[in-house]
Write a protein that binds this ligand. Structure first.
Ligand code: GDP
Ligand code: MG
Length: 406
């Protein structure tokens, strides 16, 4: 069973942010009652043996998942801030301790205080399980659905965002999930992707506008979309022309992770064959899905190759708990028994969760900033420069760029 970089939950973010991990960091970073990261990494579900967190909702359509543990006040933290007897390199005689070795800790504490922002968009036709999947991933009613009666089908694709603040082991994550109801639900789906593409680009434009200001804020609120989970219907055939058209547009502007929705409706053989066909289609149409080989770090080559073998992830979502030999598991009852959401032999949910949250969240943030946003920025600024150099700076185009986009 392939194991990616094992990191406990959101904590991986603070670890990846640090310049390099010291050997003591994993025990310091783990929730106080969870001695072993491997125990924690086996489940994202609230596990009493593994965390002292309490779970509560707050405010309008947002939830919070809080923990008492405060790493800044832990004794381990205090110890690491002080020069330790028996350090590898002792200060030379007559030289007092400078404290360069606390830089890593300072960076970490700053990042912890500020928290992280992660913005996710889910794209796919209605009823494919997008809301369920988001709730399964983050174990909270982030993407709440109206209970009971069905919402009327939007005439065009709508873009709706819901934010939640999740805290685990002292790490705060501001999560925004954007849903796209109405996408692909009509007989004529021409240009139904436009609101999605516009939304993603608007977030880049918003960021750029702040970034180029003479008086700019110290921290720009990051609303850029870091990951797009694209839901493919479990038809067992191949990608539809709509899927191809949309994916060809999205892969240029955002990290796209394709998933086969409701994988429990396909047999294991059907899933394998469907995956093969989708991978061939993606290749034929030149669609680049995350993680893109061309842009990966050398250290990630091995793990990413393992991930690519599984893509698109065949996932099952559920927020219903079932009793399995006295243990509570998330799952779905089907004709051939209970499909456990977290069981890697039953479906790829755990691989998707591990990649997005535990191993690649920092990389998704980096790739968004360094590749997708950078492309957008370069294009916009080049366009502006060309217009200024080539034309009257009072032209409508330049005014437009100045006022609305940049
Ligand atoms: P959305 O419109 O894409 O957000 O879909 P929802 O999350 O609202 O789910 C639509 C219906 O599909 C609900 O009845 C879910 O319980 C069900 N559903 C969600 N995920 C799965 C899955 O993995 N397998 C199966 N069989 N049903 C699912
Ligand atoms: Mg939904």
């Amino acid at each position: 069973m392939p194991q990616y970089k094992k990191q406990p939950h959101i904590l991986h973010l603070q670890q990846t942010l640090a310049l390099s991990n010291s050997s003591s960091s994993s025990s310091l970073d783990s929730p106080s009652s969870c001695a072993s990261p491997s125990v924690c990494s086996s489940t994202l579900i609230q596990d009493d043996s593994c965390t002292d967190s309490s779970y509560s909702f707050s405010g309008k359509s947002s939830s919070s998942y809080t923990s008492d543990s405060n790493p800044t006040s832990s004794s381990a933290y205090q110890e690491r801030r002080m020069p330790q007897p028996g350090n590898d390199v002792a200060p030379a005689e007559g030289v007092t301790y400078v404290g360069i070795d606390t830089l890593q800790e300072q960076t970490r504490i700053k990042a912890l205080r500020r928290g992280y922002s992660f913005n996710l968009i889910v794209v796919g036709r209605s009823g494919l399980g997008k809301s369920t999947m988001v709730n399964t991933l983050f174990k909270s009613s982030v993407a709440r659905r109206k209970q009971g009666d069905k919402e009327p089908l939007p005439q065009t694709t709508e873009v709706k965002s819901v934010s939640a603040s999740l805290t685990e082991g002292g790490v705060r994550l501001n999560l925004t999930v954007t849903d796209t109801p109405g996408f692909g639900d009509h007989v004529n789906n021409e240009n139904c992707w436009e609101p999605i593409v516009n939304f993603i680009e608007d977030q880049y434009a918003r960021y750029l506008k702040e970034e180029v200001k003479i008086e700019r804020p110290l921290h720009i609120e990051d609303t850029r979309v870091h990951c797009c989970i694209y839901f493919i219907p479990p038809t067992g055939h191949s990608l539809s022309s709509l899927d191809v058209e949309v994916l060809q547009r999205l892969d240029k502007i955002v990290n796209v992770v394709p998933v086969i929705a409701k994988a429990d409706t396909l047999t294991l053989e059907e899933r394998m064959a469907f995956k093969e066909r989708i991978r061939a289609d993606l290749l034929d149409h030149g669609i680049q899905i995350y993680p893109v080989k061309e842009f990966e770090d050398i250290e990630d080559v091995h793990d990413n190759a393992k991930i690519r073998e599984r893509l698109p992830f065949a996932v099952v979502g559920s927020t219903t708990w079932h009793d399995l030999h006295g243990k509570k598991v998330l799952g779905r009852r089907s004709n051939w028994g209970l499909v456990e959401v977290e069981n890697k032999h039953h479906n790829d949910f755990a691989y998707l969760r591990d990649m997005i949250i535990r191993t690649h969240m920092q990389d998704l943030l980096d790739t968004t900033a360094l590749r997708h946003y950078e492309n957008f920025r370069r294009t916009k600024l080049t366009c502006k420069e060309t217009l200024i150099n080539g034309k009257d700076s009072d032209s409508d185009h330049v005014k437009d760029l100045n006022e609305s986009n940049i």
